[in-house]
Design a protein around this ligand. Structure first.
Ligand code: ZN
Ligand code: ZN
Length: 156
């Protein structure tokens, strides 16, 4: 495999976040869900964090704006976002679920020490996956690619 892994830039992430916040309300309406201020705060917290946060971390961010929100509501809302395709769950190394506001096709670098998760894109991977779909023997429903290693902060 060629190692031309590309980390996403801050500018790319910011443009993506704006696009997704705009699309979010429309998706909720299409799914018959009320666009409550709490739901909006949760998706914004998720999209503004590139760290694939746990529900508890999303809760800490949202609580600053909505002190009465409960952790249970955050858990439930994150699961709802996953169900309607506005987020996805990442569960590296069998720890508690981590949530990802980036629902475009991408892969993850996972540090086995600190469990940091970084988004990467493997060039050509999407094309290869569509070849698998064309082969007809197997209908591809989803793909999850994790590269396990040690991040620069954890390397001795
Ligand atoms: Zn690390
Ligand atoms: Zn990701």
């Amino acid at each position: 495999m060629e190692t031309r892994l590309q980390l996403r830039s801050d500018a790319q992430q910011e443009a993506y976040r704006q696009k997704r916040v705009e699309a979010f309300a429309e998706r909720c309406r299409a799914e018959g869900l009320a666009v409550t201020p709490q739901r909006r705060a949760i998706i914004e917290a998720l999209l503004s964090s590139a760290s694939h946060p746990r529900a508890e971390e999303v809760y800490e961010i949202v609580r600053e704006l909505h002190p009465n929100i409960s952790l249970a509501t955050v858990h439930r809302t994150l699961e709802t976002l996953c169900r309607i395709g506005e987020a996805q769950k990442v569960t590296p190394l069998h720890t508690s679920a981590r949530y990802d506001g980036n629902v475009e096709p991408h892969q993850h670098l996972v540090c086995v020490e600190c469990h940091r998760i970084l988004d990467v894109e493997v060039p050509g991977l999407q094309e290869q996956l569509s070849d698998i779909n064309k082969a007809k023997d197997f209908k591809l429903l989803g793909v999850s690619v994790e590269f396990h290693g040690i991040c620069k902060d954890c390397r001795p």
